[in-house]
Design a protein around this ligand. Structure first.
Ligand SMILES: NC(=O)c1ccc[n+]([C@@H]2O[C@H](COP(=O)([O-])OP(=O)(O)OC[C@H]3O[C@@H](n4cnc5c(N)ncnc54)[C@H](O)[C@@H]3O)[C@@H](O)[C@H]2O)c1
Length: 318
């Protein structure tokens, strides 16, 4: 049985793309009453709100974080509240505030109350000077504000671990593809939007990156499995990659994705009109080397492009 069985768990930013799927899985594993979903916004009828305890929480509000942690006897936090890449470049000050100050507030609470914390990182930590097949260890010189906040959070996580013994863990997520919730301002959003457009009556999509744009991607099922696995693994198994493990799903170009969808929807047409997000995508690697995660906690992905497209279309049509 998991070391965390029966723990009370707080999820911040729970109404977002990852939180929607993560809260559902955590509630299945630990029991609905043990998972406190939270977010700065309220979406009536959202499954995270209907399915168990929910609290309004702004991660910039330190007192409220402490209150929830104390009142709910929280032992673990999955800290998902953030501003994503495309939105972050539009409003860099807000991105810095929510991503860095918000994370510091959560780490401070974790230090005070001895809490294990998951702080997600991203492939956006890599800059144009990193190898296109990005290794675990390489200079991190991102050119986006979002990427800089993710590097800051990895460094801050390591500092809290090394200086205060806070059990911080994190994954450099690739672009995530899921059907349960809408995407919200990331550079890899096209890989989700394309499915919604393909099954609509228009059967067409105008993609905001070039057809040859190749990025590391992952199906949400694999990302949730990785997240929960990393948080469950005994602390001794973790190495210095603990705050930002590379994990690999698969890589494809926008054109390869469109062609795979066409196999199911022959009339589907994808056109390409790159915008500013092309620049962010070009600064990131095509794929990542996840050998350290494989070695430390036996990570491996299940889904490939064909199985993902099949599953996405099946679920969205339903
Ligand atoms: N989705 C991806 O493809 C992807 C890829 C790499 C990394 N990540 C990282 O994973 C984490 C979660 O991503 P996501 O895709 O679920 O993001 P999302 O934008 O879908 O959800 C983020 C949630 O945070 C909430 N939020 C914003 N400001 C807040 C605040 N001040 N206090 C509390 N909540 C606040 C939002 O309301 C939203 O529900 C982020 O750290 C993101 O950088 C995501």
């Amino acid at each position: 049985m998991s070391e965390l069985a029966g723990s009370r768990i707080l999820v911040t930013g729970a109404l977002g793309q990852i939180g929607t799927d993560l809260v559902k899985s955590l509630r299945e594993i630990h029991g609905s009453e043990n998972i406190i979903a939270s977010d700065i916004r309220v979406i009536p009828n959202h499954p995270c709100i209907l399915g168990g305890p929910f609290s309004v929480l702004d991660v910039l509000d330190e007192d409220r974080i402490s209150k929830i942690v104390e009142n709910e006897n929280i032992r673990v936090i999955y800290h998902l509240a953030a501003i994503l890449s495309a939105k972050g470049e539009e409003n860099p000050e807000l991105c810095e505030l929510i991503n860095v100050v918000g994370t510091r507030n959560i780490l401070e609470a974790a230090k005070r109350y001895s809490i294990r914390v998951f702080v997600p990182s991203s492939i956006a930590v890599f800059g144009p000077d990193a190898p296109k097949h990005a290794p675990q260890i390489t200079p991190l010189n991102p050119t986006t504000k979002y990427g800089i906040t993710k590097v800051d959070c990895e460094i801050m996580g390591m500092l809290y671990w090394k200086k205060y013994g806070v059990d911080v863990r994190g994954i450099r997520y690739p672009g995530l593809i899921s059907w349960q919730s809408p995407v919200s301002g990331g550079t890899t959003d096209y890989a989700v939007e394309i499915f919604h457009s393909a099954i609509s009556s228009f059967q067409s999509y105008e993609c905001f990156v070039r057809p040859d744009t190749k990025l590391p991607m992952m199906y949400m099922d694999d990302a949730i499995r990785a997240t929960i696995a990393l948080m469950d693994v005994p602390i001794e198994s973790l190495s210095d990659a603990r705050c930002g493990y590379n994990i690999s799903g698969f890589s494809f170009t926008a054109e390869e994705l469109s062609s795979e969808i066409k196999k199911h929807i022959p009339n589907f047409i994808c056109t390409y009109k790159p915008d500013i997000r092309q620049r962010y995508a070009d600064s990131w690697p095509n794929s990542v080397d996840d050998s350290v995660a494989r070695n430390d906690w036996n990570w491996s992905a299940n889904f490939k492009l064909a199985t993902l497209v099949n599953d996405m279309l099946l679920n969205l049509k339903r």
